[in-house]
Ligand binder design. Structure first.
Ligand SMILES: [Cu+2]
Length: 333
């Protein structure tokens, strides 16, 4: 972020801190003790995130098992693209089937997040992320118009739940795209992502093998966005890809979003990063009729690393924070 942007945002920080502290019980979602209206209760627990206590003997994947998105076949289902070679810049279509245990294309699905199937497309260097929703023909062939923007090897993920299957399955496969290929380095870890007047900040204390809270806060032109729109039944969709093998994690906030509801500025996810690694996070959210994607690089270690947003931008402030920075416009609200 440029210094100018930081300065511009700084002017709003104080007022925003006040507004957030009052309006959002972030603390209560994380730790009932920290949320109690008594800051003296906090020190006993010590940790920045409070309440994220070590509960030994539980926690997600051990890292040795099969993570979603790494296999082209799993549980009898196979991701079968109709075509695996493409040309950069050419308007084309992605076509594929999901073959079931009987060898035939699956035609019946259980909707997850309002769709029968979610397709994620990203180049293997983690650039060019897209999350799209193809349509299915009666014979089970999925298709969507698509243009690869650059050459290289791209990974496709199909995230779906076959009818009668008790969980979602994410299969992955690679396709090759002819064309100019200049690898894009993954961005350095940062707690803010800015684009088109939006600033999205991230805070949390992720740790390998244990669920952690991640809170994203959306502002636009320095003001918190409080009218996020439901997108596929949630105010945010988070896809995390593990650096190195592109294992796939998909999270949604606990809060369900009905049409007509307004969300924001903060969206909180419970995420379990399976192992210590660098992850690329892609947050999809909808505002003003458009779906946006904010991207973050997060380094996850075996001990928690606290991610602190820049102080000059709107962030979720725990209710225990009683001393927000002085606002330049004290009567702004
Ligand atoms: Cu989707």
């Amino acid at each position: 972020m440029s210094r100018a942007v930081a300065l511009r945002l700084g002017a709003f920080a104080g007022a925003v801190a006040l507004a957030f502290g009052a309006a959002f019980g972030i603390g209560s979602a994380i730790d009932p003790i920290a949320a109690a209206d008594d800051t003296s209760a906090a020190p006993a627990h010590g940790e920045e995130m409070g309440g994220m206590e070590q509960t030994s003997g539980h926690g997600g994947h051990d890292g040795g098992g099969q993570l979603p998105g790494l296999a082209v076949s799993e549980a009898g289902y196979t991701f079968a693209p109709a075509q695996t070679s493409f040309t950069s810049g050419e308007k084309t279509g992605l076509r594929f089937t999901i073959q079931g245990p009987d060898g035939k294309p699956v035609t019946r699905y259980t909707k997850t997040h309002e769709k029968d199937l979610h397709l994620i497309v990203v180049r293997r260097d983690l650039s060019g992320f897209r999350h799209v929703h193809p349509t299915m023909a009666a014979d089970g062939t999925w298709s969507i118009p698509f243009t690869f923007t650059a050459g290289g090897t791209w990974r496709l993920y199909a995230d779906f739940q076959p009818a009668g299957h008790d969980s979602t399955i994410t299969l992955g496969t690679d396709v090759n795209v002819t064309g100019m290929y200049v690898p894009v380095p993954v961005a350095d870890p940062a707690s803010i992502y800015s684009f088109d007047g939006y600033d999205v900040t991230l805070q949390g204390t992720p740790v390998a093998g244990k669920e952690s809270e991640l809170t994203f806060t959306v502002s636009r032109d320095g003001k918190p966005v409080t009218d996020l729109q439901p997108y596929l039944g949630a105010f945010g969709h988070l896809v995390s890809l593990r650096g190195g093998d592109l294992a796939y994690l998909h999270n949604h906030p606990a809060e369900h979003a009905e049409p007509g509801m307004k969300g924001g500025p903060s969206i909180t996810f419970g995420t379990t990063f399976p192992t210590a690694a660098t992850y690329s996070l892609f947050l999809d959210f909808q505002h003003a009729g458009k779906v946006h994607t904010a991207e973050f690089t997060v380094k996850v270690g075996s001990t928690g690393t606290t991610i602190v947003p820049p102080t000059a931008v709107p962030t979720a402030v725990p209710t225990t924070s009683k001393t927000p920075a002085h606002a330049e416009t004290p009567h702004g609200h």
